[in-house]
Design a protein around this ligand. Structure first.
Ligand code: HEC
Length: 188
């Protein structure tokens, strides 16, 4: 059940972010800021779609799963890093100026979530017509104290390619939250 709570909390945080986002006057941070905010929103919608398929709140379909996973893959890693150039940080954007002082950490988070999204998209590419047990949280894992959950990304992890899809989604959502906690600010 802990896994479900993690996803629920992450989805709640994302829902909150979607509600405060529109208060930003359109384009007030320039086209680069607007573009990355769109990317982030697309990722939130994609992550939500996958989470709901696994939770049975939305009909699972392999093509929809694949498309959503591809959005996550395309918007993370190098692409994500490129969306935060110098001179676009700080108000009115929700990106903290701290990103500039901690580039290595920021970029390693973006790459980490990118590796996970990569693994998820590869799995989604071969996804069966119905969700199978081996796609589920906990499949093939020694559930001995949840060392893979609730910890920072640096914690030793199994190879992403060997993790079930649902587990990868949880880890992705944790990276979203970790980065937001440190590098994102609320703006009015
Ligand atoms: C490496 C850091 C990092 C990662 C990883 C990250 N984000 Fe973000 N996210 C940010 C920053 C910084 C902002 C603020 C951007 C701005 O306003 O310029 C943001 C903003 C957002 C927003 C608000 C966009 C808006 O309209 O203002 C949403 C929604 C969002 N992220 C979702 C996600 C999701 C979903 C994931 C994971 C799949 C994710 N983010 C991963 C750093 C990150």
């Amino acid at each position: 059940m802990r896994g479900r709570a993690v996803v629920a909390a992450a989805m709640l945080a994302l829902a909150g972010s979607l509600t405060f986002a529109p208060s930003l006057a359109a384009g007030s941070g320039g086209p680069i800021v607007a573009a990355r905010q769109d990317s982030m929103k697309e990722m939130a919608a994609a992550a939500k779609a996958i989470a709901e398929m696994f939770d049975g709140k939305r009909a699972y379909d392999a093509a929809g799963f694949r498309a959503a996973a591809e959005v996550l893959r395309a918007r993370t890693g190098r692409a994500m890093i490129a969306e935060f150039p110098d001179g676009t940080l700080g108000e009115p954007s929700g990106a903290k100026t701290e990103i500039d002082q901690a580039r290595l950490e920021f970029e390693s988070l973006a790459r980490h979530v990118g590796d996970l999204a990569d693994a998820l998209a590869t799995k989604a590419h071969n996804a069966p017509a119905k969700i199978t047990a081996d796609m589920r949280m906990g499949a093939g894992l020694p559930m001995n104290g949840g060392s893979l959950l609730g910890k920072r990304p640096k914690v030793a992890e199994a190879e992403p390619a060997k993790m079930p899809a649902e587990h990868l989604l949880h880890l992705i959502l944790q990276d979203c939250s970790s980065c937001h906690a440190k590098f994102r600010q609320k703006v009015k």
